[in-house]
Design a protein around this ligand. Structure first.
Ligand code: HEM
Length: 135
């Protein structure tokens, strides 16, 4: 799983589709996924959007690799909880589906095994984020 994921990740980062880099395409897809998501990002500038995608991604991967939340992921989980950004758990499904769709269009070697590897790598961090919605 790690190897399939790592190799796919390298491929998508080196790729542009319609002149767009991977993270930009992912963000666009995610925001287009529902009016609720678009509304949450209404006030967000490019710089914060980049922080969310790249840095957040890195810490999700670290969580998968170690099963321990680092301080940063902890802070991100708190910032997304009901009391703060109020990102309800269902929105993480949209997040993951937007991500998988983006990988599908960026990775020319995309197949079921690659898809499963992405889902497995992302899931522990997503579970962690969702779990902290109400606590
Ligand atoms: C901000 C990560 C899922 C909405 C951020 C930030 C990070 C991050 C690192 C910036 C720092 C912070 O505010 O704590 C992640 C990760 C996710 C995830 C790793 C998935 C596991 C979501 C989802 C939504 C969302 C599902 C739903 C709409 C937001 C919003 C901000 C934000 C609205 C604040 C943007 C602003 O400052 O205007 N996220 N996020 N995130 N995230 Fe997420």
């Amino acid at each position: 799983v790690e190897r399939l994921f790592d190799e796919s990740y390298v491929r998508v980062l080196s790729q542009e589709v319609d002149g767009q880099a991977f993270f930009a395409a992912f963000y666009e897809r995610f925001v287009a996924a529902s009016p609720e998501v678009a509304e949450k990002f209404r006030q967000t500038d490019m710089a914060r959007q980049q922080a969310m995608l790249k840095k957040g991604f890195y810490h999700l991967l670290a969580f998968y690799a170690s099963s321990h939340a680092d301080y940063y992921l902890d802070q991100v989980a708190i910032s997304h909880s009901r009391a703060h950004l109020d990102i309800r758990p269902g929105l993480y499904d949209l997040w993951l589906e937007a991500l998988i769709d983006t990988v599908r269009s960026f990775d020319e070697q995309f197949d079921d095994e690659v898809e499963l590897a992405w889902r497995l790598v992302m899931t522990p961090g997503i579970v962690y984020m969702r779990f902290h919605y109400d606590r």
